[in-house]
Design a protein around this ligand. Structure first.
Ligand code: NAP
Ligand code: MG
Length: 402
């Protein structure tokens, strides 16, 4: 059987530690035997980021802008310990942060649902996709510790020098203070990404903020979503029978717990951070979660939602066997290949992505899985496989299907 051809390259961003090990095995066992892989390779491993003073991260993001589709391995975000471990010249920023701010997008995360790994919330029958706004709010805040009595004010100075002032609080004693912001432009692109993704995946869209309490800040999010919906998306939603539903964040949380799933839940940055961990854990595991950054300009970046699995990597370095779950990384590749196929009208590549995912799911549903899943599965007496053997089982399944 000939290999499936590709016309346009995919931007491949390699990463760190255990996920870098999995990356190589996935390519060797699941991709290269079947697809004539065309990628433009960027090494985002920390060693090479350090060598290039992190220029490679910017180059990779620019390449995603050029080719429109990228796939990224998990990477280390340096902290003090990593400075020493990798002899870093600088404490580089998170590559995900750099890429997100260059592509200006929304991160969509959805659980990979398989039989035998049941959500702890009994009524969740279909996946819940979280859409997290990836700009501003508390993640770009300015804060202050207030030592004692005094007056705190909010001051905006316009370009012509005019000042607008508002009292925040007359402090009688010590306390804390925080300032944050967001941009209409960023909220608009967040809204467009969510509406487009809902249409693309044929799911209803829910959005929630605390607009009753935050009458300017959160209300702006609500208003922008409504206006963009009414003027740009309403017709398409109504035509396909999809709904856009806005409610208060606390009401949304209550409804989500009672719902059966199958919708997209759009969240402001902080809500998305917190709720995506809740939703993914309740569905089973972070390693069973897809994650894609969708930019309003039509760029797509696929990745795993989890980190580099450092603890497993150190065991691997000591020559010990690991049982690390590669599903999220495999789905990052299948997602990127499918999107590449869609954009290039390459149906063979799209079908390959479907088969790769089906093979992965079949292996787990037949009782062969990594240790993290074996601990939570309802399948009796599962076979626990090591990192490589799990991928090799998927290869056998895939070969049979092709
Ligand atoms: P992590 O890599 O997500 O792993 C935390 C723990 O979760 C692991 O020790 C493991 O538990 C379990 N786990 C996560 N993924 C797994 C998988 N695929 N298979 C099996 N078990 C899995 O988080 P971390 O250890 O806190 O972070 C390590 C590095 O990743 C950090 O340097 C951080 O900066 C980076 N990070 C990168 C990204 C990204 O690039 N998207 C995201 C988050 C963190 P057990 O040890 O109990 O088996
Ligand atoms: Mg978080």
């Amino acid at each position: 059987m000939g290999k499936i051809a590709m016309t346009t390259p995919l931007v491949e961003m390699d990463g760190d530690e255990m996920t870098r090990i999995l990356w190589k095995i996935i390519k060797e066992e699941l991709l290269e035997p079947f697809v004539d892989l065309k990628t433009e390779y960027y090494d985002l491993g920390l060693t090479y980021r350090n060598e290039t003073n992190d220029a490679v991260t910017v180059d990779a993001a620019n390449a995603v802008k050029k080719y429109k589709v990228g796939v990224k391995c998990a990477t280390i975000t340096p902290n003090a310990a990593r400075m020493e471990e990798y002899h870093l010249k600088e404490m580089y920023k998170s590559p995900n942060g750099t890429i997100r701010s260059m592509l200006d997008g929304t991160v969509f995360r959805a659980p990979i649902v398989v039989k035998g790994i049941e959500p702890c919330v009994k009524n969740w029958k279909k996946p819940i996709t979280l859409a997290r706004h990836a700009y501003g709010d508390v993640y770009k805040n300015t804060e202050m510790r207030i030592p004692g009595p005094g007056k705190a004010e909010l001051v905006f100075t316009a370009q012509d020098g005019t000042e607008t002032r508002q009292m925040i609080h007359e402090f009688k004693g010590a306390g804390v203070l925080q300032g944050m912001h967001n941009l209409d432009e960023s909220i608009e692109s967040f809204a467009r990404s969510c509406f487009s993704y809902a249409l693309d995946t044929q799911q209803d869209l829910w959005f929630a903020t605390k607009d009753t309490i935050s009458k300017q800040y959160d209300h702006t999010f609500k208003d922008i979503f409504q206006e963009i919906y009414d003027t740009e998306y309403k017709e398409a939603f109504e035509k396909t029978g999809l709904t856009y539903f806005y409610t208060l964040i606390d009401d949304a949380v209550a409804r989500v717990m009672k719902a059966e799933g199958g919708f997209i839940w759009a969240c402001k940055n902080y809500d998305g951070d917190v709720m995506s961990d809740m939703v993914s854990s309740a569905f089973g595991s972070l390693a069973m979660m897809t994650s894609v950054l969708v930019s309003p300009k039509g760029y797509f970046e696929y990745e795993a939602a989890h980190g580099t699995v450092q603890r497993h990597y150190y065991r691997h370095l000591k020559g010990e066997e690991t049982s690390t779950n590669s599903v999220a990384t495999i789905f990052a590749w299948s997602g990127a290949l499918r999107k590449r196929g869609e954009l290039d009208d390459n149906t063979k590549l799209q079908h390959f992505a479907d088969k790769l995912e089906a093979a992965t799911v079949n292996v787990i549903e037949s009782g062969r899985m990594t240790k993290d899943l074996a601990l939570i599965t309802s399948i009796p007496a599962p076979t626990v496989l090591n990192s490589r053997d799990f991928i090799c089982e998927i290869r056998k399944e895939l070969e049979a299907a092709l």
